[in-house]
Design a protein around this ligand. Structure first.
Ligand SMILES: Nc1ncnc2c1ncn2[C@@H]1O[C@H](COP(=O)(O)OP(=O)(O)OP(=O)(O)O)[C@@H](O)[C@H]1O
Length: 236
């Protein structure tokens, strides 16, 4: 308990042995050995260009969204990191450390940037699992908000099963439009991070289609979202 108390008062987590593993646009992610258990602390930092009151409101909203969505997924059998501790004052979430790598790293390691000719059964399986899990998330009327290959981990201990992370931009919606935009964000992330990987995204979509009776309306909507996206790219 003493480490937890220490953590509450401390502004610099590296002083209690935490290791900074990633710094995103809004948060720093640390790894900490907590009583022999590896864990992750995600700390949202102050954005000085925002008005302090607005910044604090946005930060709190993202933390609350993240913990609500993690809990909702966990309760409904979608693998996400287990939540351990939340500190609203210091805008920190402490969660289970998932031993594994991101889908992005896995694809880099296994495809050597040649996504057309290096589709192993394992890669196809992972893509199909992503489609199935995104569909499950959407069936809970939850929109992830930032689906990328960096925000899906592969858990080593369960033979590379998928674990979804980073729910800070998630929200609740029943609309096919919002679910289609979520898929579109993932499609764009695939295209920009893994060029010529269209066939992999098609596997994801096929599996999404196969996973729920609600899928057809979302997939139909995706065509409209893509069209809008292309127009935006062409005409600004
Ligand atoms: N529970 C976890 N277990 C293991 N690694 C994690 C975990 N959570 C996050 N990470 C690692 O930290 C990185 C950043 O985490 P996350 O995406 O949640 O933060 P972020 O600051 O919102 O990132 P970004 O702004 O880049 O989207 C992940 O890509 C992953 O490598």
């Amino acid at each position: 308990m003493s480490d937890l108390v220490k953590m509450e008062g401390i502004t610099d987590l590296t002083k209690i042995g935490a290791e900074l593993i990633s710094q995103g646009a809004e948060a720093k992610t640390f790894k900490l050995n907590y009583f022999g258990m590896e864990c992750i602390i995600k700390e949202r930092f102050v954005k000085t260009y925002r008005h302090p009151t607005l910044d604090s409101k946005i930060s709190n909203k993202r933390i609350l969204q993240e913990i609500r969505s993690l809990n909702k997924c966990k309760k409904n059998g979608i693998d996400v990191p287990g939540l351990l501790f939340v500190d609203i004052v210091q805008t920190r979430i402490m969660m289970e450390f998932v031993n594994g790598i991101t889908v992005k790293q896995f694809l880099y390691n296994n495809c050597e940037n040649n996504y057309q000719n290096t589709q192993t059964p394992e890669i196809i399986r992972i893509c199909r699992e992503i489609g199935q899990q995104v569909c499950k998330i959407h069936d809970l009327n939850l929109i992830h908000g930032d689906l990328t290959t960096s925000n899906i981990l592969l858990r080593t201990s369960t033979n590379n099963s998928t674990v979804f992370i980073d729910f800070g931009l998630s929200y609740t919606s029943t609309l096919a439009e919002d679910k289609a935009v979520d898929l579109y964000v993932l499609e764009r992330a695939f295209i920009s991070t893994h060029p010529n990987s269209e066939s992999l995204f098609n596997e994801i979509l096929q599996s999404y289609k196969d996973s729920s009776k609600n899928s057809p309306s979302v997939i139909n909507r995706l065509d409209q979202v893509r069209l809008r996206g292309r127009k935006k790219l062409a005409f600004g």
